[in-house]
Each structure stands twice: as C-alpha cells, then as structure tokens.
Design a protein around this ligand. Sequence first.
Ligand code: GDP
Length: 412
Amino acid sequence: MAPTAGTTRDVIQEPANWRTVPFLLTDTAGMFGQSEDPLQKIVHEHGRKAVLNADVFVFVVDGREGLVPADYEIASAVRSTGRPVIVAINKTDDRRARAGSLDFYELGFEPVVEISAEHGQGIGDLLDEVIERLPAKTEEQKAEAPEPRIAIVGRPNVGKSSLVNRVLREERMLVSDLAGTTRDAVDTKFRWHQRQFRIVDTAGIRKPGRVARSGQVEAVSVLTARRAIADADVVVLVIDATLGASDQDGAIAGEAERAGRSVIIAVNKWDLVKGEGADFAKTFDDKLRFQLKFLEYAPIVHISALTGERTPKLLEAVERVLAERTRRVPTPELNRFLQEVTAAHPIASGGRKAVRILYAAQVGVSPPTFALFTNVQTELHFSYERFLKNRLRERFGFAGTPIRLQVRKRKH
Ligand code: GDP
C-alpha cells in the first residue's frame, strides 16, 4: 500500500481518508517480486515507477513468515525514494509472529507498527502514522482533525462542573456542543493556544444525582467516570484540597491506568488551604502520592476553579501529557539505553538460564508500549518491571502516561 498525492496508471488506487485527511491509497499487489512473463515485467516496471512517486510507503511484511529475501528487494526500492517508510508487520495476532517481529527492525525503517489486517488490530495506529507523514496539511484540515479529549472526573462536589465552566469561560471559546457518538452525553469543544480540545462530558458530571443516598452517588460517579475515561485521551482527576484522596479516587485512577489513558491530578479548592503554611503543599502531595501510589507519573496541579488560579497551568499540563503519550523512542537509542540499565541491574530469574534482553523496540504509542525480546520465555517480576519503567521515564519522559512492557521470547 502506498498513499500518494499524484495520479498513476496501471495500479489500483482508491481515495481514502483518515481523521478527515484525504489521501489516495495505492495497492501494489503483485508489483514486486519475480515474474517470468515479459509483458508482466513491463507492467511491473511501469507500475513501480508510478508507485515510487508515493509520499508515504506502508511496507507490509508477513509476521508469520518472517523476513524473506523479497523484503530486502522492496526495502531497497522504497529506501531509494528517500520518502517516509512505515513497516507494518501483519498477522501479529499470532504469538509466534509477535516473537519474530524483531527481525523486521533489521530493515532499518521507523516506525514499525504491528497489525492484524484480519482482526483489524493496529490499523488506526498505522493510519495515524501515515497521515502524520503526509506532506503539509492545509490549515483547514488541521482545524478539522479530531481534537484531544479530556475527561474531568472525581467524587461528587470536588468541583468538576465548576472547573469545566471555568475553563470554558476563561478561554471564552466555547465552540459547540456535540452530540456524543456512543452515549447520550454532550461533549464540549473549546480552543486554547490555537488548539482545539474536547471536554468529554457525561450527563452525570454535569448533573450529579445528589438526591440519591450517598453510597449510590459514589457508585454512580465511578460508573460515569469509567465511561468518560473510555472516551478520553487525558483524564483530569479532581481532588478536593480540604479532603484529600479517597478509595474512590484510587479506583478511578486504576481505571485510567488500565485503559491506558494519561492522568493529571488536579487538587482543587486550593484557595481554601492557601493559608496553611509553606509546607502544606509538600505534605499534601506526599500523602497523595502515597495514596495513589501507581500514579507516580501523573503531574499534580493545585488549582482553584472558583478563582481561576492556576487553571491555565492545568491546560498546559494537558498539552504536555498529550505530547508525551505519542513520543517514540528511536530503536537504536532504546537499545543502547536498555543495555546500560540491564548491565548494571541484571534481570533476576527463577530459572537456570540467565534472562537477557536481546533487543527492544517501541511497538506502540498512546500509551507507549515496549516489546522486550528475551533469550528465554519469562515474565518480569513486578518490581523489576517497575524499575525499568522508572528508568524509562527518567530518561525519556512520558509524563502522565502509563507505560506498557511486553516480554517476548525471541524466535530462533
Ligand atoms: P462537582 O459535583 O464535582 O461538579 O462539584 P461542583 O462544581 O458542583 O462544586 C461543588 C461545590 O464546591 C460548589 O459549591 C462550588 O462552588 C464549590 N467549589 C468548586 N470549586 C471550588 C474552588 O476552587 N474553591 C472553593 N472554595 N469552592 C469551590
């Protein structure tokens, strides 16, 4: 497949679009590889020339079959164009294919995306990579691109509605209310710093059912939060500065982590605790970190939805974590780094054979996902996994976003 801006003959082309960005998708089926038929050969040559005008190449390889000589032939043809090449490893629904995917990094292209055409897995990520590499988008297309979605969640009365209203009022840029696609809620679009955002709203957030018994209200708000989290890119977990975190906040945070969403902790009503002295913020945050242990990567922002203090900081944090979610670490840099780390702290193994990471690659974004190819079939101990994630964060950032590690025994 090769989306192209030009027009070609003799090849199958289909107009397509992703996230409102239109492009022409060219199928090169049968264009590469050997053929005995001289006529076929001429067609191939012709088609090839046309195809090599593409703006972006999606180089599809067969994960089950592994790297084959024909792949090198195609690699050199597309490399010679100097255009962006995305390697798509197909059939990675198969565990053996996933274990072998490391070989394709030898081709020397980035990014490498794992897909399953049959199961439709990874196709969205692949298309995101494609449109990112297309020649400059028009302003109109940029404006139409779907905006990042923010979910504002938390217990009743922490100030979620006040915060939503504050953000919208302060920025004075309410654009429109949009009917939700999957549920009967209404999302709100707004613009900030030239960028569009969307607040994922649920009926429950705007109109909390305060008439219900308090236990029920809590349960309902976790449910509402869960729906909002599923629809969001970034989750703003609002906590009342006068009350601190609760078990319910822990549950919401866990939900965000499992769903792979970025999280920012907004400690609201800071105006009420400002007089508490210089150490208060530190003591408060330490306690919060202790209570929400696994959210150590989430930035904490102290705000007041009532006065508007530091709410712009919250939006800055949203922008920052959005950028971190899609960060990609180049494979050579990642491997150098992991070699250093594992040399200093070898992986403890229960078995007889020492566990070594032979190679690593970032196989996904949003959330950043890393595959570690090992010499033996193993699982990382919880504490080692945590250690690696912390080192990755120290080195590469990834503020606010969960990190996923997958261990795969290398196929021989
Ligand atoms: P929600 O249930 O989480 O949506 O909370 P609301 O936005 O309805 O706020 C609950 C109460 O807290 C209201 O009385 C608000 O006026 C108040 N409140 C919200 N934010 C702040 C804040 O930053 N400071 C203070 N002092 N009060 C706030």
